[in-house]
Design a protein around this ligand. Structure first.
Ligand code: ADE
Ligand code: ZN
Length: 329
């Protein structure tokens, strides 16, 4: 049994495995420009974030119906459960789907068909986080939030993803303010490829409660001090960082230094179908490459539940934390 954990940085579209992509393409009459899953896997060599995003947006065109989103989410939840994930806060990218002519209902209700039954079917509690694409306009983000209004009972929070450099958090100040007024929780990708200032801006201008990635905070000691002092969680994704060349090798990952600095770090899979591993694969990889002790791994698992948006169910959080404490390696 793997260590119990929460997954807090997971793009549902990034869980689309090649086999499912081809199945959905056949079901929906979508032509992919790859002959088979093997040829598709060959394309999984990324130079940087943008080269990955190009394939990520291309492949998600196979998702067309509620059933497709339900199947995608169920496939993820099955794998996540087998990897010890007890709670998952799941990102989705509605703008990428609305731009292809789908409506918000298809996306949210499709995902909800799986998420709403996830506890019974998979033993995994879930939350849904709507992400805005930062390389789209601020107006488009506001329109997307409006389109999501009928579904806010299904949506816990908002996030910000896609191409980071050149798209500073300040651009999304208004939509974050509106979302806060609606009672939505707030996270944002920052400091993955972008500079430490984007982390500071996300905290000061967007009021974020967790930083997704946040790796580059290590370039700014004052920012590290602030993140430690304010107990701001970071959702790190080690295998993603290697595949997108944010770090050279896993052995170079700053996770041990970040933990030593007192940062509230969590380990997550980001886009596991593309980056070679789900949640526990990331835990095992950092254990092996960075020599993390069992107590460090337990700390990471504890952090994942502490950083999760379970304020509406503290009893559950306490149960999950007790599972972590009782875990025998
Ligand atoms: N969308 C999916 N994965 C992402 C990542 N790692 N960074 C930014 N946007 C993303
Ligand atoms: Zn991400």
């Amino acid at each position: 049994m793997p260590l119990p954990k929460a997954e807090l940085h997971l793009h549902i579209e990034g869980t689309l495995e090649p086999e499912l992509a081809f199945d959905l393409a056949a079901r929906n009459g979508v032509k992919l420009r790859y002959a088979d899953t093997e040829e598709l896997r060959e394309a999984y060599r990324f130079e940087d974030l943008q080269s990955f995003l190009n394939l990520y947006y291309e492949l998600m065109t196979v998702l067309r119906t509620e059933r497709d989103f339900e199947d995608l989410a169920n496939a993820y939840l099955t794998r996540a459960a087998a990897q010890g994930v007890r709670h998952a806060e799941i990102f989705f990218d509605p703008q990428a789907h609305l731009a292809r002519g789908l409506d918000m209902r298809t996306v949210v209700e499709g995902l909800w068909r799986a998420l709403g039954r996830s506890e019974e079917n998979h033993g995994v509690s879930t939350r849904l986080i709507l992400c805005f694409l930062r390389d789209e306009s601020a107006d488009s983000a506001l329109e997307t939030l409006e389109a999501a209004r009928p579904y806010l009972d299904r949506i816990t929070g908002i996030g910000l993803d896609s191409a980071e450099v050149g798209h500073p958090p300040a651009k999304f100040r208004q939509v974050y303010e509106t979302a806060a007024g609606l009672g939505l929780r707030r996270v944002a990708h920052a400091g993955e490829e972008g500079p430490p200032e984007y982390i500071t801006q996300s905290l000061d201008l967007l009021g974020i409660e967790r930083v997704d990635h946040g790796l580059r905070c290590m370039e700014d000691p004052e920012l590290v001090e602030r993140l430690v002092r304010e107990r701001v969680p970071l959702t790190l994704c080690p295998l993603s960082n290697v595949r997108l060349r944010t770090v050279d090798t896993l052995a170079d990952h700053p996770l041990p230094a970040m933990l030593d600095a007192g940062l509230l770090c969590t380990v997550n899979s980001d886009d596991p179908a593309y980056f070679g591993g789900y949640a526990d694969d990331n835990f095992r990889a950092v254990r092996e490459s960075l020599g993390l002790t069992e107590e460090r791994l337990r700390e990471l698992a504890r952090n994942s539940f502490l950083a999760s948006f379970l304020e509406d169910d503290e009893e559950r959080r306490a149960r999950y934390l007790a599972e972590v404490d009782a875990y025998v390696f």
